[in-house]
Ligand binder design. Structure first.
Ligand code: ZN
Length: 119
């Protein structure tokens, strides 16, 4: 499902949503929005892209996060790092990516070899 990002046409006009920009799911055959659905202000399309094919439910995400947390609590840094790494690769979750890095470092990996993880 493509996600479109819209932003207020003029930076001084608009509501909280369109001034800083908002994302909206739209079907491929739907016409692009020209006015803000929140305030009716004129908006322009900023970006459109397809989210990574793998989307996951909040439950799955929570499960992984809890798992990572458990590993961290147990001091299993490399386990936590690998799980967070693999998962953030899949979901493009920046927070998780940083967390993976953090855990890799705690696990004793040196940060040079980790540079490839930062994109
Ligand atoms: Zn608006």
């Amino acid at each position: 499902m493509p996600i479109y990002e819209y932003q207020s046409f003029k930076s001084q006009n608009g509501c909280n949503q369109c001034l800083k920009g908002f994302e909206i799911f739209q079907g491929i055959h739907e016409d692009p929005l020209s006015t803000c659905p929140f305030c009716g202000n004129k908006i322009k399309k900023v970006i459109s892209w397809c989210r990574s094919a793998i989307s996951e439910t909040p439950q799955e995400q929570r499960f992984v996060e809890n798992r990572v947390k458990e590993y961290e609590k147990a001091g299993l840094w490399s386990h936590a790092a690998e799980l967070a790494d693999k998962h953030s690769d899949k979901t493009k979750d920046k927070n998780l990516q940083m967390r993976a890095l953090d855990n890799y470092q705690k696990a004793g990996y040196n940060s040079d070899s980790l540079a490839k993880h930062i994109k």
